[in-house]
Unconditional design. Structure first.
Length: 256
């Protein structure tokens, strides 16, 4: 599906921006880059800014006109940073991502077109696009770097693709631990912990054994919701032990 999507850069003046765009594309799983009359390409600055996306640059297609870049496309979306005299169907980046993936899923060839760094796309070029896409940046500082604009639309395309594929958009982090440390503490281990905890709370005078109220019951309920592992239990027991040592040291100081 993603291979049906091409990123088209028109008359890019700075080769570093081509490299930055290539990096942004690779981050988001896009691989087809088309360059319309770039000022300088290939160029060592493009290679440097690509930061490992050299395969995107190596496979980039260089053409003489936007018409050549759009050959075979069924859907063309052009980025527009300002209002135009001629009303045109307008999408925001999220809508763009959804539209692109819906069409790509049907086998359509799609182009995301980005204009010149200083002036964007001309009215004539925008009229070759089915939709215009506007990134709603802060109007007091609305100019985006070319690679940043590619990153924004690439991200929205990827999020829409992940949703369409039923893949998670976030990866849960898991601890790299031993099997024992992942095992939940047993009830007898918890009981020993609660005895240790109660004694420590008495030692530091947080719990009055003559008036315990419901403190330990509430703490039991709290830890019961936490699914404490054996590794975590060892940490908690260690904290209690050091707390008791500190409490004894403070008591000795008071007696002196």
């Amino acid at each position: 599906m993603l291979q049906n999507i091409r990123v088209v850069l028109v008359n890019t003046s700075h080769p570093g921006n081509i490299g930055g765009a290539a990096r942004a594309m690779k981050n988001m799983g896009l691989s087809r880059l088309v360059l319309v009359e770039p000022r300088l390409f290939p160029h060592h600055e493009a290679d440097a800014r690509a930061s490992g996306a050299d395969d995107i640059l190596a496979g980039a297609q260089v053409v003489a006109s936007l018409e050549d870049a759009l050959v075979g496309c069924n859907l063309v979306l052009g980025t527009s940073a300002r209002d135009r005299r001629i009303p045109w169907p307008l999408l925001d980046p999220r809508e763009c991502g959804t539209k692109v993936i819906e069409e790509a899923a049907q086998g359509s060839e799609i182009a995301l077109v980005f204009g010149r760094e200083d002036s964007g796309l001309t009215n004539e070029e925008l009229q070759r696009c089915h939709f215009h896409v506007h990134i709603p940046s802060d109007p007091t500082f609305s100019s985006l770097n070319l690679a940043a604009a590619v990153q924004v639309l690439g991200y929205e395309v990827r999020m829409a693709w992940l949703a369409a594929e039923g893949q998670p958009s976030k990866v849960e982090k898991t601890e790299v631990t031993s099997p024992r440390s992942e095992t939940l503490a047993t009830m007898d281990e918890l009981e020993r912990y609660f005895e240790h905890l109660e004694q420590t709370l008495v030692d530091i005078e947080f719990l009055d054994p003559d008036k315990p109220r419901h403190l330990m019951a509430r703490l039991r309920r709290l830890y019961g919701r936490s699914s404490v592992s054996r590794a975590e239990m060892n940490i908690l027991r260690g904290i209690l032990t050091e707390t008791q040592k500190a409490a004894r040291g403070e008591l000795i100081k008071r007696k002196k």
